[in-house]
Design a binder for this molecule. Structure first.
Ligand code: MRU
Length: 372
């Protein structure tokens, strides 16, 4: 999407690759909305750390980063011994996979890269194929988000008030976003609507990232406290909810997303408000049989006990908010059951969550869909 920094407007992707330097290029999302900076990771270990430390975050964005990270690691290998190369690639794969467990996109993305690479007969060929496959994953991510926008825009009418949670915007993907794609498409169609962004404690991706994105695109919006949605729903102030997902189970239609999503889905059901989840195909896990099996990331207690912000002098600082000496429990995600979800907006259309399995051929593989 376009970013205007100090009066200059330019198009950026959240994740890109510098093949000459063998670096993954990332927007440093921890500094937003106060400071816009691109960083380059020099090797796959730095790339893994960037995912772990949330320099880059969001399902599609960490998927693309992992795909590039795998290509980066493969390209750094010196020698012609294919067996040694394959062992090295395995190590790179498992290191990147361990960075963040809940989102399935990095695993799906790296599996795509590995399948494509395996056709190469030499180390050199496999290295070239790895980068081509990572680029392809990235481009598909953008195309999927565009298609989500076209399907999802139909749900938004002028005058509507739309709630979203966390950041499933372009910063969470390579471009455009999943939950925000229908909003951007509706805006292009000339519709006027208003978005409420849940602040999304503890890391405040709604207050910092989604609000920044919407402001950059000129979409009318307000940030609300995480606890405010029920009140607004009760007063008829929310017409539609659209969120993203870090892992959606193809067999059951259950949706893992940022902590607090389940609560919003329960509230939406209580008030008869449509609740949609927008996902590219890389977010679907076709193997897992129950939402209880989804690995839920537990993050550092400090995220709950305090907050990061910027001082009046522009310095980024952490402040302790909670009672000194108290601890905290910090689950990063929750799982929303299928019966609370009105529809899943995919690049292939909008489906009931429990329809995903019967539509699996249509939704089966990113490449097949895009080439049709
Ligand atoms: O912890 P994060 O910021 O990586 O969490 C991911 C998210 O932003 C949300 O869960 C989002 O709604 C889905 S990711 C497209």
């Amino acid at each position: 999407m376009n970013v205007t920094v100090r009066g200059r407007t330019r198009h950026y992707r959240t994740v890109a690759f510098d093949s000459a330097k063998n670096e993954v290029l990332l927007i440093e999302q921890r500094l937003l909305p106060h400071h816009f900076e691109i960083i380059g990771t020099k090797n796959f270990k730095e790339t893994t750390k960037a995912i772990k430390d949330m320099i880059v975050r969001g399902a599609g964005a960490i998927g693309a980063t992992a795909a590039y990270g795998l290509a980066q690691g493969a390209r750094a290998f010196r020698g012609t011994d294919l067996k040694k190369f394959q062992r090295h690639v395995e190590e790179v794969y498992h290191t990147l996979k361990s960075a963040r467990p809940t989102a399935v996109d990095p695993v799906n993305a790296m599996n795509d890269v590995r399948v494509t690479m395996s056709v190469g007969e030499t180390v050199e060929e496999q290295q070239a194929l790895a980068l081509a496959a990572a680029e392809e994953f990235s481009n598909h991510d953008v195309q999927h988000c565009e298609a989500i926008g076209q399907h999802g825009a139909k749900l938004i009418r002028s005058g509507m008030k739309v709630l979203t949670h966390c950041n499933a915007g372009w910063l969470a993907f390579v471009d455009i976003g999943s939950a925000t794609a229908p909003m951007y498409a509706a805006q292009e169609q000339g519709k006027k609507f208003h978005v409420f962004c849940d602040e999304t404690r503890p890391r405040s991706q709604g207050a910092t990232l989604t609000a920044w994105e919407l402001a950059q695109q000129g979409v009318s919006h307000q940030i609300i406290a995480d606890n405010a949605a029920g009140h607004l729903m009760q007063r008829g102030q929310i017409d539609l909810v659209i969120v993203g997902s870090d892992r959606t189970l193809g067999r059951t239609g259950e949706v893992a997303n940022k902590i607090g999503t389940y609560t919003k889905a329960v509230l939406a059901k209580r008030h008869g408000i449509p609740f949609y989840v927008a996902i590219p195909l890389s977010t679907i896990d076709w193997n897992m049989k129950s939402g209880f099996d989804i690995p839920i990331e537990e993050r550092d207690a400090s995220e709950v006990l305090g907050a990061w912000g910027v001082t009046s002098k522009g310095k980024r600082e952490y402040v302790r908010v909670a009672n000194p000496g108290s601890g905290a429990f910090n689950a990063g995600f929750d799982v929303t059951p299928a019966e609370l979800i009105t529809g899943i907006i995919t690049p292939a259309g909008i489906f009931k969550p429990k329809e995903l399995w019967s539509k699996r051929k249509q939704l089966g593989h990113a490449c097949c869909l895009i080439n049709k």
